[in-house]
Design a protein around this ligand. Sequence first.
Ligand code: ADP
Ligand code: MG
Length: 378
Amino acid sequence: AAAEAEATRRRLHNELVELRGNIRVFCRVRPHPQSAVRCLPGGAALSLALDGREHAFSFDRVFAPGAPQQQVFAEVSELVQSALDGYHVCLFSYGQTGAGKTYTMQGTPDAAGAGVIPRAIELILSRVQALAAQEWAYTLEASFIEVYNNTLRDLLADGAARSAEAGRIHDANAIKHAPGGGHTIVAGARRVPLRDAAHASELVARASEARACAETAMNSSSSRSHCVFMLYIAGAHAASGAQLTGCLCLVDLAGSERLDRSLAEAERKKEACSINQSLSALGDVFGALSSKSSHVPYRNSKLTYLLQPCLGGSGKTLMFVNINPEPASAQESLCSLKFAAKVNGCETGARGGAKRNVALAAAPAPSAAGGPGGSEVA
Ligand code: ADP
Ligand code: MG
């Protein structure tokens, strides 16, 4: 009976995804003593104060500062598990450096602080064990890949924690996709068969050391690279002969901020947003997907080409937009929220005219937050 309930729950989840589209956006605001951000009642909207104006946004979910890791994970666990049903699933964190991307994805070493990656691995491993009782046999393989300046590096390569050159993938065409909308293959990157939870945390630690090593070599403490964890999932049901392959990609994106300070100032004056090339390529892919364009420019960056099976087709994507609420970061936060709103297609307007989505209709109207200056109009 438990197995049946479980199957029903997952079927309902999958139907919901089909109904509402395959891209979700969750916003997470990190704690800070000073805050320009107000999270609005209902858990799906927030308001950002900048230069005397209030900018209101709604998303599928908004996590206020202090939302524990376990609560955040509870909201994505269905999505994570659907990789075991043969879906290509991708979760990524977007936002400026210091906004909480790594905290969300990786977390801290203590049990309560564990982020999405360790919790997802743990959940998948325990589900695989439970499914074994129903004669499903799964194999799991893990890769960790860094994308920096549109080049790839295998974070699990020998010596990657000691030399920034180790693991560098020189083949420009290393990324391939299995035929028929299958998963991504990265030639030259290790796929390590995953034994258990302890082995997984060892791999996470190795990748994180390798990433830190490259940052030191770049003499940069800000994350300018994307870190992609890929879990390859293959399941087989002996009795029926059924087989499936799924993939879970968990991505800690590069900081979305403009790196050139003086340029950032100029941008600020224009109130324009500018982001690094592969993040804008990601934005272009979402733009093409949401306008149902016949051409989706996946190939414009290594990042989007790597994530292609998750972003389009039958893939499922969840984006965390991480926000540092300190007033000094309000301009960067506005840029991040605008990017996320574009992905979500649900930027709200205090003066009406903007699109409202289901989550917003259920929540108290964020328009109440719009001061006399008005707010965002899509
Ligand atoms: P990013 O990866 O976006 O540059 P980090 O994840 O490194 O940012 O976060 C910056 C700092 O803020 C870290 O010290 C991190 O532990 C802390 N932090 C971020 N988000 C939270 C949160 N939700 N709760 C508590 N601390 C957080
Ligand atoms: Mg980080």
